[in-house]
Ligand binder design. Structure first.
Ligand code: HEC
Ligand code: HEC
Ligand code: HEC
Ligand code: HEC
Ligand code: HEC
Ligand code: HEC
Ligand code: HEC
Length: 238
């Protein structure tokens, strides 16, 4: 009896494996054909948020008719963009960028079916962006805190595509988290008021001294004041 059950179980497992492999092959094959969402989503109803208006079509155009892509790079959250990326790149999915984007190295980077371009990334720029997308989706660093809040790259970096050695100025962070006085008030400790990361004898310093975009954040004060009890978000180890 046990044996029969075992072989039934094995057969079922093999069958599942077969479907799994066949399924991912279809997805694989769909990559170059691009923007056909149907390879994986028979219809959109099951993946759209509750209460979302119905979307007709098989490709990205089904979405961009209402969700006009953002070319301005203003500091405002974009739940559509962030959910499209968290679902399909990074640990959850491994869809290549070119399933949805057009990319001609050194010339353009846009969306399939649309003429405009966000910039002209080289191969190294794309490799770095891909790496950072994975960090953004999953690392637990400052980038991931923002992915969860619906904030993608351009909302921090502005409309130019980010590339090596780029940083983000305090003024950009403060568009969403400021003004500085308000932020400092939020983090003023009850007991030792002077131990405030945002108001100290260091004066005006870059946010990135402590809040690293895509690396482990660190409280700079602790380098000199080991006895201070201070914790920072986005300090997850890589
Ligand atoms: C290779 C397969 C594949 C392709 C092609 C694909 N998706 Fe997905 N999509 C997935 C998977 C897997 C998930 C579920 C990820 C998860 O667990 O959240 C998903 C999730 C989603 C979600 C839900 C996101 C959320 O945050 O809840 C939406 C919306 C979506 N896809 C839209 C699209 C659109 C639009 C296209 C075409 C431009 C597309 N997908 C192409 C595999 C695919
Ligand atoms: C008929 C217009 C329309 C179409 C077509 C459309 N959307 Fe939306 N979508 C909206 C509106 C309105 C909202 C709510 C306001 C907003 O967030 O922009 C929304 C919000 C969203 C959100 C964010 C929900 C949240 O977390 O706040 C996601 C994700 C989304 N849409 C995905 C899609 C995808 C994927 C497609 C294409 C398959 C699509 N939408 C097509 C109108 C549309
Ligand atoms: C499932 C489709 C899909 C995949 C896969 C995808 N993108 Fe996107 N991407 C979009 C859409 C749609 C937009 C436009 C969103 C908007 O502006 O509202 C966009 C916008 C962008 C932007 C600019 C705007 C922003 O919000 O920051 C960048 C940069 C970008 N994608 C990079 C990438 C990279 C790099 C990859 C691969 C690691 C990738 N994307 C994979 C659909 C996708
Ligand atoms: C919360 C704001 C924020 C978001 C969102 C964000 N970044 Fe960054 N990024 C930064 C900061 C800050 C730096 C400066 C370096 C550091 O502190 O890690 C940076 C640096 C970079 C650099 C230069 C890195 C190097 O090694 O020279 C690239 C490239 C980059 N970001 C790409 C991206 C991409 C791609 C996305 C979207 C997936 C993104 N960033 C989203 C804040 C952000
Ligand atoms: C487009 C708006 C926007 C920009 C630009 C932005 N953030 Fe954020 N940030 C948010 C939102 C929204 C959250 C989610 C939590 C919240 O609502 O405060 C968040 C979360 C955080 C958190 C975690 C706070 C918590 O309570 O969980 C830190 C730390 C942070 N941001 C720092 C920064 C720094 C440093 C920069 C600049 C490099 C920056 N942010 C740029 C909107 C933004
Ligand atoms: C000297 C290190 C340091 C610098 C510089 C710094 N921060 Fe922070 N930040 C911290 C620490 C530590 C916390 C956690 C404080 C807490 O939880 O009380 C924090 C918390 C935050 C939070 C979450 C506040 C909340 O609601 O609890 C935001 C947002 C933030 N920082 C933004 C910024 C911005 C924007 C800048 C630049 C203008 C900046 N920080 C500069 C160390 C720093
Ligand atoms: C480069 C080293 C250094 C860094 C970094 C530093 N401090 Fe200090 N700090 C000192 C020195 C030196 C003194 C004066 C001697 C003392 O009293 O310990 C001091 C004194 C203080 C005092 C008053 C004395 C006490 O221990 O209560 C406070 C409060 C303080 N620092 C807060 C901060 C905060 C908050 C940060 C981070 C935003 C910071 N410091 C970063 C070196 C540093």
């Amino acid at each position: 009896m046990k044996r029969i059950l075992l072989s039934i179980f094995l057969m079922a497992a093999l069958l599942c494996l077969h479907y799994f492999v066949a399924g991912s092959r279809t997805a694989e094959a769909a990559k170059p054909a691009a923007a056909s969402c149907q390879a994986c989503h028979a219809d959109f109803t099951s993946v759209l948020p509750k209460g979302h208006p119905p979307a007709k079509g098989t490709g990205l155009a089904a979405c961009t008719s209402c969700h006009a892509p953002d070319l301005t790079g203003i500091a405002k959250k974009n739940a559509f963009s962030s959910r499209m990326h968290t679902a399909h790149v990074g640990p959850k999915g491994s869809l290549d960028c070119t399933a949805c984007h057009t990319w001609v190295p050194n010339k353009r980077f846009g969306l399939i079916g649309q003429k405009w371009s966000w910039g002209a990334p080289k191969k190294e720029d794309m490799d770095l962006m891909k790496e950072i997308f994975i960090s953004w989706a999953n690392s637990g660093h400052t980038d991931t805190l923002h992915a969860k809040a619906g904030i993608v790259c351009t909302q921090c970096h502005g409309k130019e595509l980010p590339k090596a050695d780029d940083t983000v100025e305090n003024s950009r962070c403060l568009t969403c988290h400021g003004p500085m006085e308000k932020l400092a008030l939020k983090t003023e400790p009850k007991d030792f008021k002077g131990r405030n990361p945002h108001k100290s004898h260091l004066g005006d310093i870059a946010c990135t001294v402590c809040h690293k975009g895509h690396r482990e954040s660190k409280v700079y004060c602790l380098g000199c004041h080991q006895n201070f009890q201070m914790k920072i978000q986005g300090a997850a180890k890589p």
